[in-house]
Design a protein around this ligand. Structure first.
Ligand code: UPG
Length: 231
């Protein structure tokens, strides 16, 4: 990038840099680095390297976007999430149960200190997330950013696994069978964002709620029962 004299970088970071939350909602000033999984560590280390880069050379400007839990699909029903193999993440798994590709969802733990005992996350519509990137680019254009800056991209609202299951059943009109099993190692109980900083400094706010997230996911899944695979 330096050779091409490109010194502006939008980095795809993750809420996992915060590790087990010390307070909620998570603000950008929450300590980072005490991650509960290796993926989180890679995001944390990369942020640290980018901070050093900005300190060492003031031509660099980096906006690190800390994604919470991206879900949903494009309204057209043509672009959606089709993970390879068995999905690791909740939403594609639920969606594949609803379409009949998988028998049931395994719910990882119902003994967290949450509304119904299942894990709580800040799910964010993928199009809201995309708009966050456009706002980050605008910020470079207005020139009002120096060095490294991190922003949470989340809605500020947490939903439990079972609340997501219910919302998906409503959006799809299909039952989503599930079974409660043990906690998944490395999972935290609750995580949700304080998105105020992005609102103030990037003029960005998530606009799409849980129903729209589920409806858009379902439209894509229903149009593409086998994902993007050519049968
Ligand atoms: O089959 C499943 C999958 C997930 N969950 C639960 O659903 C919630 C969400 O899980 P998941 O969709 O896997 O997201 P996270 O574990 O929160 O991790 C996501 O969100 C992080 C940001 O917070 C990103 O860094 C990660 O890449 C991304 O996978 C958690 O409570 C899980 O325990 C289940 O109960 N069953």
């Amino acid at each position: 990038m330096a050779e091409a004299e490109v010194f502006n970088l939008v980095y795809s970071s993750s809420a996992t840099v915060y590790g087990e939350p010390q307070f909620l909602p998570l603000t950008e000033s929450h300590p980072t680095g005490n991650c509960t999984n290796p993926y989180g560590k890679t995001k944390y280390f990369t942020e640290e390297i980018l901070k050093d880069l900005c300190t060492a050379d003031d031509r660099w400007r980096v906006i690190s976007l800390r994604y919470f839990n991206p879900v949903g699909a494009h309204k057209s029903g043509k672009i959606g999430e089709d993970p390879n193999g068995i999905p690791n993440n909740l939403m594609p798994f639920i969606s594949q149960v609803a379409i009949g590709r998988r028998d049931k969802l395994l719910v990882y733990g119902d003994d967290y200190d949450t509304v119904d005992g299942t894990g709580v996350r800040d799910y964010i519509h993928i199009v809201d997330l995309a708009e966050g990137h456009v706002k980050a680019l605008d910020k470079f254009r207005t020139g009002s950013i120096k060095g490294f800056a991190a922003f949470n991209l989340g809605t500020g609202q947490g939903y439990s696994v079972l609340e997501m299951v219910k919302a998906f059943e409503k959006a799809s009109g299909r039952p989503v069978k599930y079974e409660i099993v043990a906690r998944r190692p490395g999972d935290v109980g609750t995580s949700y964002a304080d998105p105020t900083l992005a609102m103030k400094q990037l003029a960005w706010k998530a606009k799409r709620g849980i129903n729209e997230m589920c409806e858009d996911t379902w439209r894509w899944q229903n149009n593409n029962p086998n994902g993007f695979a050519k049968l």
